[in-house]
Design a protein around this ligand. Structure first.
Ligand SMILES: NC(=O)c1ccc[n+]([C@@H]2O[C@H](COP(=O)([O-])OP(=O)(O)OC[C@H]3O[C@@H](n4cnc5c(N)ncnc54)[C@H](OP(=O)(O)O)[C@@H]3O)[C@@H](O)[C@H]2O)c1
Length: 306
């Protein structure tokens, strides 16, 4: 466990903190946003669908009974690096202070497709977009005595036995008919959730002594809209899993705890499940892979903007 020495003078409280969250228009992120608003946070929702985000802001205000609750909306498709960069620029322009950044948006693609930047889509949405957003907002996060970054990872990271296959980042092998038949798309999703974990480890190392902590968590199996983009069979599968799944509110508990709990001050580089340290795979504990992922991600992003 990595413990930053720097501690804030006053105990951490979420009241009046500015919390940016992706993926709050549905599922786990939406459930978390409700609680955070009720507990006094000011919210910045980063969403791809403006109408949906406006409806969510309205719903949060109505259900919390707090018509004045502060909610900004920023539009970004996490699968598009230009869109993420535009949103980050708008955020930096509009938000003098960011206390918590929650990288929660995520998706699973059973069929291989490419983002507008020509990256495999699961990789683009679950890893590259959040990586870019986080690095662009880092300096603003560092300006406070204490701030927090949270990634929604998954127990699915354990599907990747030998670590991320850096030779197949475009997923062409994993999505080949044979590998796909053997669950290649699931492995790709697992790779992106392993990337969230490795990114947490590497960022925690790079942020030591800055007052910015970074942690990730596994929400468990949660009944949400997840996987509903993958056709009829996927919908049937999710319906069959529903009785064994948690509610979004339960799935959001650890996320809210990571954002709100004063006892987490100084804790960084960790993976939690149900508000206790979780057990990660061996591949997630490989600092060389974490450093390599950082380098490769920077390279992929530079290839789009250079
Ligand atoms: N559900 C589970 O069992 C489970 C388990 C482990 C980890 N997770 C992780 O939990 C996180 C949240 O998933 P969920 O279960 O709450 O699923 P969900 O109900 O489908 O919510 C996903 C959220 O991400 C947003 N999103 C997806 N693709 C996006 C894109 N390209 N750009 C911007 N936003 C995008 C969605 O926006 P729209 O509303 O516009 O679709 C939605 O707000 C994901 O990172 C997932 O990997 C889920």
């Amino acid at each position: 466990m990595n413990v930053n020495k720097e501690t804030a003078v006053l105990p951490w409280t979420i009241r009046n903190k500015y919390v940016l969250i992706t993926g709050a228009t549905n599922g786990i992120g939406l459930a978390a946003a409700h609680v955070l608003a009720k507990d006094g946070a000011r919210l910045g929702l980063i969403a791809r669908n403006k109408d949906r985000a406006l409806a969510v802001a309205e719903e949060i205000r109505r259900e919390s009974g707090l018509s004045h609750v502060h909610i900004d909306i920023f539009i970004a498709d996490m699968g598009s690096l230009h869109s993420v960069k535009r949103a980050a620029e708008e955020i930096l322009h509009k938000c003098p202070r960011i206390d918590v950044l929650i990288n929660n948006a995520g998706a699973f693609y059973v069929h291989r497709c490419l983002s507008e930047d020509h990256f495999e889509m699961t990789w683009a949405v679950n890893h590259l977009g959040p990586f870019l957003l986080t690095t662009l907002l880092l300096d603003r996060l560092k300006e406070n005595g204490e701030s927090r970054i949270i990634f929604t990872s998954s127990h699915g990271h354990k599907m990747v036995r030998n670590g991320i296959d850096y030779e197949d980042l475009d997923g062409s092998r994993l999505y080949s008919p044979f590998r796909k038949f053997l669950g290649g798309a699931n492995v790709r999703y697992g790779e992106t959730k392993l990337a969230n974990l490795l990114n947490t480890v590497e960022l925690a190392k790079r942020l030591q002594g800055t007052g910015v902590s970074v942690n990730c968590f596994d929400p468990g199996l949660v009944s949400t809209n997840f996987n509903m983009n993958n056709g009829f069979l996927a919908k049937i599968t999710m319906a069959c899993m529903k009785p064994f799944s948690r509610t979004p509110e339960k799935g959001a508990e650890t996320l809210v705890w990571l954002a709100e709990s004063p006892e987490l001050t100084g804790q960084s580089g960790n993976y939690y499940r149900d508000m206790i340290l979780g057990i990660t795979s061996k591949a997630a504990q490989d600092p060389e892979s974490a450093a390599r992922l950082w380098e490769i991600s920077e390279h992929q992003i530079n290839s789009v903007f250079s």
